[in-house]
Ligand binder design. Sequence first.
Ligand SMILES: [Zn+2]
Length: 271
Amino acid sequence: MNGFGRLSFFSMGIVTIMVFLPMALFPQKTERDNLLSGISGGKTRVLDLSYAINDKLVPWPRDEKVFEAKTNATVEKNGYFTRSFWMLEHYGTHLDAPIHFPPGKTTVDQIPAKQLFGPAVVVDVRAEGAKDADYRLPAARVEEWEKKHGGIPAGSIVLLRTGWASRWPDVQKYRNQDAQGKMHFPGFSVEAAKILISRKVSGIGCDTLSADYGASEDFAVHHLVLGAGLYQLENLADLREVPEAGAFLVVAPIKLEGGSGGAVRVFAIWQ
Ligand SMILES: [Zn+2]
């Protein structure tokens, strides 16, 4: 082989690398790439599923002091504006970290970041909840969702759409307490939670005060789900627009060291 031959063999190699390397590094654009690149142009819908925080949200019964904000610096006096605030970890749209209920162990700051991103699975129980405020999502409804949309992928976040957000922030309507003070709103059942844990979902969420139904006294779903290392999202805002399948969720809780949970910003994105 002469010098020229060697050179062309060498340059062909370069060409091969130049053509195939980008293909290896950037395989064909996935749906998810389009989902992210469509955000700035408006092709991708971005929905904020968190309520703004103030002192007038619906607290858990017997929680008295819930939130306080104080002005720390003003533009007039200091040339800039800052506040300090105090709030309960479980108030407004918030995340329950596994350590919130035994045998859960993980604190909110320790939840692995990758568990905070996942496909949104929305189970719609508005009709059932309107008829029966003590409704608990049966395992069969989870299976029904899977028949319609395919198996629930590992890493999903499963949201129960009860329609309770329409009652927010009316304390009476949202808690729906009876004469004895017992609350009545829908929630997950232990059987449904067991299936979701077996599907290796990252978390569950609801548009009510609690992942357990309102009348629960033993918080069985809390113990089971948090004990299995999953997290819970509570008091999610209106889920009406989020599709039953096909949306992606971004869950961004406050990174409070040692926290049992805390305020969370939740975004659903889809096309
Ligand atoms: Zn909570």
